[in-house]
Design a protein around this ligand. Structure first.
Ligand code: C2E
Ligand code: MG
Ligand code: MG
Length: 743
């Protein structure tokens, strides 16, 4: 731990080494030369010298083990005792060494101890002189040679004072170094003693805290503390930290102080130790305002949206993660609302991006006003906002109601007009809402759920709010998986055509409708009802439709060379998207030419939905193909909204009564009436008519009665794979050897 007390210890220890070394040397000299030749009471002197030598070694060791001050004090006490004892044993001059020890101690910063020893020494001298004048003192041993005794004492003192002079010099040096270092530090530094009185400080400290010189000169610690704490936003916290540090002198601390003028100081505090005892505390203060502001700016930029200053996707993610954890802990629900502005693009495109930006800012502000401080309003980008509500009820129904209330409030707020400079505008939101409780769903899943719910509300006509529905979610997930596999299947052409016979009269075969099947390794044979709508939405119907048409035409061309099959017509379903392609006519013609199929054997089944828009274009395409011999049948007739006036203009060949009417034709008079009406209509327009979904003989009979003589349905056959269909053809031909002639 860095501390000012650490500036000079190594040189002090070196000096102490020399001090103890010298003393030991003196002991040895004393023992080997002095004792045998000079001194009287040799045994006592020898023992005393040995004890001193052992004590010196022990103290030396103690000093080396990190307790130099303590070792010196104990040493001084010991040496004083021995030398004062010697004085009374007849060696007063040598006891002068005791004074040297006292001086030494004064220099090594133990003034109290040194004064004590010096006083004790003089007291001993005075006692000795008093005893001597009363003739009670023991004889001075060096009677004959007092000068020798004084000389030995002087040498001893000189030897001891040598390192002490150096020590004094070093201490001065250390003190000046300490002052220079403290002053050079860019931090403000304040050193206080154990009681909290100011020991020292640097100019930066005074500058950082704007402390006037008079106050510093006064040395009134309380006034200083008041002056300092008054400048802070939270002076109580400042004072309690100071208090805490006094109660726990061993502790270090690091914290931030926020000034009323906006500055931020980092405050670091650590104890000042002498040996192992805390004797004071160093406080250092650093102005980190700029760093903090830069850091705050970086944080703001990384986690906030620049336009609205709202949290961005990243911050939302973090908050949502935390919200999930706390919801798991407290059992309370939370909600995520996904808000998308309806037709924002139009406003942006027509009035410019600056108006769009203004609107987005106002939307953000309105949303923030609708929620509590603890909730989060984030902008994901574009016109997408997400609101995270926390701490809703623990009961899901109640939580749903709470979230819905907030959602409705937002909807109402966003519906109010916006002043965008000189433009007044209006916009509506579509809101998707999902609830969460605990960590069952991940952050991404929840965002996806809210997003899906938002799409539901768009689908429900916009400017509304929808809850996420698990059933819809499952369907969408499955759909996504289906789409991936379907793309693959289209690439690899994993499809098969089934042929469902079409008959006239009692079963005379005229051809078939081709119905596609998807052969999927995982799902088996997939019904078109499950993938045709999806392939239409994704555009996959275009390559798929081309493949179907081509396969059917190849089949027609193959059958053309087989007399038994040559007359078969194939009805191919064509979806609206296919027909809408500008080159649809060319595509069909190209396939016919390439495969060599007879156009007269090809019948394209269209649905009524085709006749809702682009009617003129459709009529034109149909007419062109018709001139090449291609026939058209209107599938599922009666289920759509085709205008009868258009019907007249369409170059159709056939109407197909939808199986929905055929199913209940015997029991539901409405269905029967519609079927009758379709037959009559076909007749009046000069069109043929066929009924699909004929399952019962009675249905066929009824249809025949009302004038419909062509049928398709399970009564005759289910849709069959090619080989089975061909078998079916040969078997029916066998049954009705003359049938074909009648067809
Ligand atoms: P759709 O064109 O109306 O085809 C008739 C559907 O009725 C076929 O279903 C057929 O199997 C079924 N069906 C025929 N007879 C009966 C019966 O007696 N009873 C009952 N309950 N159903 C009968 P599938 O094959 O599942 O096809 C469903 C729909 O998928 C077709 O309706 C058609 O809209 C579409 N589709 C099938 N294949 C293709 C294709 O190659 N291209 C396009 N664009 N759509 C196709
Ligand atoms: Mg059809
Ligand atoms: Mg149909």
């Amino acid at each position: 731990m860095p501390s000012s007390t650490h500036i000079a210890p190594s040189s002090s220890i070196r000096l102490l080494d020399r001090f103890y070394g010298t003393f030991l040397f003196m002991c040895v000299v004393f023992l080997t030369i002095g004792v045998p030749f000079v001194f009287y009471r040799k045994t006592a002197s020898a023992v005393a010298s040995m004890v001193v030598a052992i004590a010196v070694l022990a103290m030396w060791r103690m000093s080396r083990k990190g307790q130099p001050q303590r070792s010196l004090k104990i040493f001084a006490a010991g040496i004083w005792t021995v030398l004062t004892g010697l004085m009374f044993a007849g060696l007063p001059p040598i006891s002068t060494v005791a004074l040297a020890v006292a001086v030494m101690l004064a220099v090594v910063n133990s003034l109290r101890a040194s004064l004590f020893f010096a006083a004790a020494y003089f007291l001993a001298w005075l006692t000795y002189i008093a005893l001597q004048s009363a003739n009670l003192a023991p004889d001075i041993y060096f009677t004959g040679a007092p000068l020798t005794g004084w000389f030995i004492s002087l040498i001893a003192i000189w030897l001891l004072l040598l390192p002490i002079t150096e020590l004094v010099h070093n201490l001065h040096h250390a003190a000046s170094l300490q002052t220079a270092v403290i002053e050079a530090a860019t931090d403000g530094i304040l050193v206080v003693n154990k009681e909290g009185h100011v020991e020292t400080h640097n100019q930066n400290f005074a500058d950082l805290w704007n402390i006037p010189q008079e106050l510093l000169n006064k040395a009134d610690d309380h006034a200083l503390l008041d002056f300092v704490s008054d400048q802070l936003v939270d002076s109580d916290q400042f004072l309690s930290k100071v208090q805490e540090m006094y109660s726990h002198p061993e502790q270090s601390s690091l914290d931030r102080l926020i000034f009323k003028d906006g500055r931020i100081l980092e405050r670091h505090s650590q104890p000042q130790r002498l040996d192992d005892t805390v004797v004071g505390r160093v406080w250092s203060f650093r102005d980190v305002t700029e760093n903090e502001n830069a850091r705050a700016e970086i944080y703001r930029m990384a986690f906030h949206d620049a336009l609205t200053t709202l949290p961005n996707r990243r911050l939302l993610h973090e908050r949502l993660e935390r919200a999930l954890i706390s919801s798991a802990r407290n059992g309370l629900h939370g909600a995520l609302l996904f808000i998308d502005l309806d037709r924002f693009k139009i406003l942006n495109d027509t009035h410019g991006h600056d108006k769009g930006d203004m609107l987005l800012q106002q939307v953000g502000q309105r949303l923030v006003r609708c929620v509590r401080d603890a909730d989060t309003v984030a902008r994901l980008g574009g016109d997408e906002f997400v609101v995270l509500l926390e701490s809703l009820s623990q009961h899901s129904k109640e939580a749903a109601a709470q979230a819905e209330t907030v959602g409705r409030k937002m909807q109402a707020a966003l519906n109010l007009p916006y002043a965008l400079g000189d433009l007044e505008s209006q916009i509506t939101p579509s809101i998707g809402l999902t609830l969460f409780n605990g960590q069952d769903a991940s952050v991404d899943e929840l965002l996806k759920e809210a997003d899906q719910a938002m799409y539901q509300s768009k689908a429900a006509g916009r400017n509304t709010l929808r809850f996420f529905d698990q059933a819809i979610h499952t369907a969408l997930t499955e759909r996504a998986a289906l789409e991936i596999d379907l793309r693959d299947a289209v690439k690899q052409q994993n499809f098969l055509l089934y042929y469902q016979p079409q008959v006239v009269g009692n079963g005379c075969l005229t051809g078939a409708e081709v119905l596609v099947r998807w052969i999927d390794p995982k799902r088996g044979i997939v019904s078109p009802a499950d993938f045709i709508p999806l392939s239409e939405e994704t555009g996959l119907i275009l390559p798929l439709g081309r493949w179907i048409l081509e396969t059917a035409c190849v089949q027609l061309a193959t059958w053309a060379s087989q007399p038994a099959m040559a007359n078969m017509t194939l009805a191919v379903n064509v979806s609206a998207n296919q027909l809408r392609q500008s080159d649809f006519v060319e595509q069909v013609m190209e396939v016919l030419v390439r495969t060599g199929a007879n156009p007269a054997r090809l019948k394209l089944e269209l649905t009524e939905s085709l006749l809702v828009t682009h009617v003129e274009e459709t009529i034109l395409k149909m007419a062109t193909l018709k001139t090449h011999g291609v026939g058209f049948s209107l599938d599922d007739f009666g289920t759509g909204y085709s205008s009868l006036s258009y019907l007249k203009r369409l170059p159709l060949e056939q109407l197909k009564i939808d199986q929905g009417f055929v199913r209940d034709i015997l029991v539901d008079p409405n269905d029967a009436a519609i079927a009758k009406m379709v037959v009559a209509l076909a007749e009046s327009l000069g069109l043929k008519v066929i009924a699909e979904g004929v399952e019962l003989e009675a249905q066929r009979g009824f249809l025949a009665e009302i004038g419909c003589l062509a049928y398709q349905g399970y009564l005759f056959s289910r849709p069959l794979p090619l080989a089975e269909f061909e078998d079916y053809c040969s078997s029916t031909r066998g049954d009705q050897a003359d049938g074909l002639a009648r067809c």
